[in-house]
Design a protein around this ligand. Structure first.
Ligand code: GLN
Length: 560
């Protein structure tokens, strides 16, 4: 039977519960255990697919096409798990299942209630994640004291009685440093634990977020007032990079505590990969500046996986990546060179809707003409194709039908019928329902052609990457585009769907219809991000030969 670690949060939100859950996963894997991580989200939306990126940050897409909370991105990046839709449960999804069962008559006339029907549904979801691993880590979204998370707390409380000794409750709280008093304060933690205990849950460990190390006497005080052992008061101190969190929690003894509680063998964890990641981040040999030209610039969490993947590309090149965030509407108003003349690489990410599109197209024209390494992802690739059609192929007003339904050259369009390699079925799109449900979601196979940057990067011809979009490259224009210098370097196995485009006569210009950022890990940087950062670094060195760098091809090929 699997063991369960339940992670709740107290005092305030945004303490980094997702990263803490992911880091615990990393620490247990480092001891040779298998883990799974589940996120329980208290909101009523069935999944975050319909949430604005401004409100909720990025939608993370899994191989099986689930649109999930961005914390799942941390879980995959810190561990070796490939997550599925079984890893993210919202209140909405739980109630939806229960109400569906009630309508089907599954409850045989019983009165359907929060306890036991909703709580049983939650417990079943948690247990389903634990069928084939040693430990399931369950992150409960929200903050203790919220009304919304009560059914989740009741369900995890009950799980102690489904298997004593198999559950471990960890509570993430805040120990603020009050500048004027020059002191750390334990009171918010005491109150938060009291509130947690009122739900019937007694924590086995407290992860105390703090800007400074928590002295022993404070730990003692917290232990005494919160009814935990002293060694169960774990300092979760601010660190320079999130990838230091596993190392920092290990130094505080968290994994040791968990191992002891569950009775696992106390082997020394192998944390060498994490140490190497951190070393490369703290002592990079060089740096590059990458412009991110997008739309949701006010909430950087909208591009969480993307920025992490760029950092990973930097790690494999022993290079620090500096970000220049640019709203493409500003480019429309003030011109490109004001923003882009000093960057080493340009990335146009995915997105939806018309706002800022022309600024992205101008950006791409600049990258193409000035031969600046360019990486276009999903919408970024679609804009690159539109730009090339307009300015090189002479197809004036070429566009995606997403932005102009009556364009004379629908270079990007809604394909009516396409073969879904995941389900091995034909998928149809109708014009009326395209606003709703017909996205191409999740992992799809792609074959790479010889002599391409893509093949150089991946080092193999068959790949699989994750998608989240409705519109596709229109094959009617293939000849026109390729005869003018565009290379189609990745296609679906039946050759119908264009997945990657590149340009001849450019140091590195690549657009992909999929989202490679979802599959990058700090310990296994994604090949395209590694190659993009390597190209940006090369570009920088050719312009500034005096820039000291220990970069060698060895780094670029280095996946550790
Ligand atoms: N809006 C585009 C589409 O739906 C691109 C989506 C994206 O970038 N994820 O096809």
């Amino acid at each position: 039977m699997s063991k369960y670690i339940f992670l709740t949060g107290g005092v305030v939100s945004s303490l980094g519960k997702g990263i803490a859950a992911a880091a615990i996963g990393a620490l247990l894997e480092a001891r040779g255990l298998t883990v799974n991580i589940v996120k329980l989200d208290p909101y009523i939306n069935i999944d975050p697919g319909t949430l604005s990126p401004y409100q909720h940050g990025e939608v993370f897409v899994t191989d099986d096409g689930a649109e999930t909370d961005l914390d799942l991105g941390h879980y995959e990046r810190f561990t070796h798990i490939t997550l599925t839709q079984a890893n993210n449960w919202t209140t909405g999804r739980i109630y939806y299942n229960v109400i569906r069962k009630e309508r089907q008559g599954d409850y045989l006339g019983e009165t359907v209630q929060v306890v036991p029907h909703i709580t049983d549904e939650i417990k079943n979801a948690i247990k389903a994640a634990g069928t084939s691993c040693d430990v399931v880590i369950v992150e409960v979204g929200g903050t203790i004291g919220d009304i919304e998370s009560l059914p989740f707390l009741e369900a995890i409380r009950q799980m102690r009685y489904d298997g004593k000794g198999n559950v471990f409750y960890a509570h993430l709280t805040l120990v603020p440093y009050i500048q004027s008093a020059g002191e750390l304060k334990t009171k918010p933690t005491q109150h938060s634990v009291k509130e947690l205990q009122a739900t019937g849950i007694a924590p086995d460990a407290l992860l105390c977020r703090s800007t400074i190390e928590i002295p022993i006497n404070h730990k003692k005080k917290i232990a005494l007032f919160c009814n935990v052992e002293m060694e169960a008061v774990i300092g979760a101190i601010d660190v320079e990079t999130i990838y230091m969190v596993p190392l920092s929690l290990h130094n505080e003894g968290l994994d040791n505590l968990i191992i002891k509680k569950f009775g696992f063998n106390d082997t020394e964890p192998d944390l060498s990969k994490w140490k190497e990641v951190v070393r490369r981040m703290l002592e990079p040999a060089s740096d590059v500046t990458i412009a991110l030209v997008g739309k949701y610039m006010d909430l950087k969490d909208s591009y969480k996986s993307l920025t992490e993947a760029l950092i990973h590309g930097g790690i494999s090149n022993n290079t620090k990546v500096n970000f220049q965030w640019i709203d493409s509407e500003n480019i429309e108003q003030h011109g490109v060179s004001k923003y882009l003349s000093e960057v080493d690489g340009i990335l146009v990410p995915g997105g939806f809707g018309t706002r800022g599109i022309e600024g992205k197209i101008e950006t791409i024209k600049y990258a193409r003409e000035k031969k600046i390494p360019f990486f276009g992802i999903c919408l970024g690739m679609q804009c690159a194709v539109i730009e090339f059609a307009r300015h090189i192929c002479g197809l004036k007003d070429a566009n995606s039908t997403e932005f102009n339904e009556s364009t004379p050259y629908p270079i990007i369009y809604l394909m009516e019928k396409w073969f879904d390699f995941r389900t091995s079925t034909w998928q149809e799109r109708t014009n009326d329902s395209n606003k709703g449900g017909t996205m191409r979601l999740g992992a799809y196979p792609c074959n790479l052609t010889k002599k391409s940057h893509a093949l150089n990067a991946y080092g193999k011809t068959e790949i699989s990457e994750r998608h989240r979009h409705r519109y596709e490259f229109n094959n009617e224009f293939t000849d026109c585009l390729t005869s003018n210098g565009m290379i189609i370097s990745g296609k679906s196995p039946d050759g119908e769907l264009v997945e990657i485009i590149e340009l001849k006569d450019h140091p590195w210009f690549l657009g992909c219809q999929f989202h490679p950022e979802f599959k990058s890990r700090p310990t296994e940087p994604h090949p395209l991000f590694r190659a993009f950062i390597a190209a940006a670094l090369k570009e920088k060195r050719s312009l500034f030969p005096f820039v000291a760098t220990s970069f060698t091809e060895e780094y670029a090929a280095d996946s550790f």
